[in-house]
Design a protein around this ligand. Structure first.
Ligand SMILES: [Zn+2]
Length: 156
């Protein structure tokens, strides 16, 4: 599902639920738009038909409109790494989640990495010094393979 708002010419699109054959990708009105921000914080899952539909949908957005992805969850990062065109070159990733795991209670905590803080556009990564389990107060471990998970940042 898409929830579209417009604030001062920036079109904000909150995507939630499943990106699959049932998603309704309503056409954005971009007349006079200064930018588009896609927020994926509430995306639960993506299937291969959804991937194709999403790539088709991006094709309708003029490349000269600055476009960003924010709050990309793990399911979204996985697709950016696997599928060329899911994050086209002209689209910037401003923030994404990295899952951290607690050995004590097995909790997985998605931790937000922000452009200019935990990573930069050159692909440099600055992991947070410590991610603490909110329950056990012990340091958590990154729950992904670094070489794979951060690949999309290095792809030019
Ligand atoms: Zn814990």
């Amino acid at each position: 599902m898409l929830n579209v708002t417009n604030k001062d010419g920036i079109v904000n699109v909150q995507v939630s639920g499943l990106i699959n054959e049932d998603i309704h990708l309503n056409k954005l009105s971009l007349n006079g738009a200064k930018g588009v921000v896609f927020d994926f914080a509430n995306v639960d899952a993506i299937n291969s038909i959804g991937v194709k539909m999403w790539i088709g949908y991006l094709g309708e957005i003029p490349q000269n409109v600055p476009t960003k992805y924010v709050n990309c969850p793990r399911v979204f990062v996985d697709q950016m790494n696997m599928v060329m065109g899911f994050k086209p070159k002209h689209i910037a990733v401003d923030s994404f989640f990295v899952p951290y795991y607690c050995d004590e209670c097995s909790k997985v905590q998605p931790t937000l990495y922000n452009n200019g803080k935990e990573f930069d556009t050159s692909g440099k990564i600055n992991h947070p010094q410590k991610v603490e389990c909110p329950k056990c107060k012990v340091p958590m471990q990154m729950d992904v393979m670094e070489a794979k998970y951060f690949m999309f940042l290095k792809r030019k």
